[in-house]
Design a protein around this ligand. Structure first.
Ligand SMILES: NC(=O)c1ccc[n+]([C@@H]2O[C@H](COP(=O)([O-])OP(=O)(O)OC[C@H]3O[C@@H](n4cnc5c(N)ncnc54)[C@H](O)[C@@H]3O)[C@@H](O)[C@H]2O)c1
Length: 340
C-alpha cells in the first residue's frame, strides 16, 4: 500500500457559512483537509465561503450528499444556529459521515439528548467543539488537580464578563430569539466555562441558579446575566461547591476567570494561569496567541480540537469530547433556565 492510500486526504463539508465557519475553514486549510462543499441556506453566503477554496456551494446538506456531486465525505462540520444542530447532525449521520458539531449540542435539552442518542446508536465519530478544554492553561489546571499535589479541592468560582450589544444581535437574529438559540449568555457564551468547571471539579450533583436580562435590547428575549451555585461530587466522596457568574451586559470582554482553592494551594486563571503551592511558590502558564481573525475571548484552541478530531478518526474509541460529555454543561444550564 502506498503512503498516499494509507493516509488519504480527508474530505469535509462545512454546514453554515457564517462567522464560526471561517475558523473551521482556516483550520481545515492548515491541515490539508479538502473542503468538498460549504452548505448554507443562504446561497450567497455558501458561495462566498466556498469560492476561495474552490469548493462546491450548496443550500441543502442532504441534497449535496446525495446527488450534489460532492463525492465521498469524511466529516460534516455543523456550524449552524443552535436550533439547526440536531437536523444537520441527523442528516450527516444518516449519510454515514463523522460529525463535528459546534457548541451547544442543541437549543433544548430534549434535542441535545437526541443528538446523544443518535451518536451512540451509530458507529461514526461525533465530536463537540468545546475547544477551551485544549487551552494550555485549562489542561494544566486539569493535570495539577489530577496530580493531587495541592491537596483536596475546597471550592471554586468562575466568571464570564463579556459584552454583546444590539449590533451583535442585529447581525445574528437567531441568537436573540429563545425559540432558536435556547437562551443567551449561558447557552451561547458561558457554556464553555460551565463545561470547564464541571470537567475540572467533577460531576455536578445539584444546581441552583437564575438567569435574567439586565439591559433590554429591542427584539432580544434571551438572558444577558446568570448566577449559579453548583455542588460537585468531588474526589473521595467529598462534596465541593462552585459559584459562577456570567454576563453579556458588560461594556467590554474581560478574560474568563476560574479560581480553584485547594487545601495546599490554589489555581487562578485570569488570562494566564497562576498555580500557587503550599510554600507560596508560583508557576505561571500562558496560552498560545489568539488564532488570527478570531476574537481571543472565543478561546485559542479551535484548531487544536479540530486537528485532534481528525487525527483520531481511525481510532476505535469515541472522541473524548462527544455528545455525552457535552450534555453535562447543557444539563446544568437547562436546570438554571427551568428555575428562571
Ligand atoms: N466554539 C466557539 O467558540 C463558537 C464561537 C462562535 C460561534 N459558535 C457556534 O457556532 C454556531 C454558528 O454560529 P455563528 O456565529 O457562525 O452563526 P452565524 O449566524 O454567523 O452563521 C450561521 C449560518 O448558518 C446558516 N444556516 C442556518 N440554518 C442552516 C441550515 N439548516 N443549513 C445550512 N445553513 C444554515 C445561516 O444562513 C448562517 O449563514 C453556533 O452554534 C454558535 O454557538 C461557537
Amino acid at each position: 500500500m502506498s503512503e498516499a492510500s494509507e493516509h488519504p486526504t480527508r474530505r469535509a463539508v462545512v454546514v453554515g457559512g457564517g462567522e464560526i465557519s471561517r475558523v473551521h475553514l482556516r483550520a481545515l486549510a492548515g491541515m490539508g483537509v479538502e473542503v468538498a462543499a460549504v452548505v448554507d441556506h443562504d446561497a450567497e453566503r455558501a458561495q462566498r465561503a466556498a469560492a476561495p477554496l474552490g469548493a462546491a456551494a450548496h443550500t441543502d446538506l442532504d441534497a449535496a450528499l446525495t446527488d450534489g456531486g460532492v463525492g465521498p465525505v469524511d466529516v460534516v462540520h455543523v456550524c449552524t444556529p443552535h436550533d439547526q444542530h440536531l437536523p444537520v447532525v441527523l442528516a450527516a449521520l444518516a449519510r454515514g459521515t463523522h460529525v463535528l458539531v459546534e457548541k451547544p449540542l442543541a437549543h433544548t435539552l430534549a434535542d441535545a439528548e437526541r443528538v446523544v442518542a443518535a451518536a451512540e446508536a451509530g458507529s461514526r465519530k461525533v465530536g463537540v467543539v468545546l475547544q477551551n478544554r485544549y487551552n494550555a492553561t485549562t489542561r494544566a489546571m486539569k493535570e495539577v488537580l489530577a496530580g493531587g499535589s495541592l491537596g483536596p479541592v475546597l471550592g471554586a468560582s468562575a466568571t464570564v464578563v463579556w459584552s454583546r450589544t444590539a449590533d451583535y444581535y442585529a447581525g445574528k437574529r437567531w441568537a436573540g430569539q429563545r425559540p432558536r438559540s435556547g437562551g443567551g449568555v449561558l447557552i451561547n457564551q458561558a457554556i464553555h466555562t460551565v463545561d470547564l468547571v464541571q470537567w475540572l471539579l467533577g460531576p455536578v450533583t445539584s444546581v441552583s441558579g437564575r438567569a435574567f436580562r439586565l439591559l433590554p435590547i429591542d427584539g432580544v428575549d434571551v438572558e444577558d446575566t446568570a448566577a449559579i451555585a453548583m455542588t460537585h461530587a468531588g474526589a473521595h466522596g467529598a462534596e465541593v461547591r462552585s459559584t459562577f457568574f456570567a454576563t453579556a451586559a458588560n461594556a467590554v470582554n474581560e478574560p474568563v476567570t476560574i479560581d480553584v482553592t485547594c487545601e495546599r494551594g490554589s489555581l487562578s486563571l485570569r488570562g494566564d494561569l497562576t498555580v500557587t503551592d503550599a510554600q507560596g511558590g508560583e508557576t505561571v502558564v500562558s496560552d498560545s496567541p489568539a488564532v488570527a481573525g478570531a476574537p481571543a475571548y472565543w478561546g485559542r484552541s479551535h484548531e487544536a480540537l479540530i486537528g485532534d478530531f481528525y487525527a483520531r478518526l481511525d481510532e476505535p474509541e469515541p472522541f473524548w469530547i462527544g455528545p455525552r460529555e457535552a450534555l453535562e454543561a447543557q444539563r446544568i444550564l437547562s436546570e438554571v433556565y427551568a428555575r428562571s
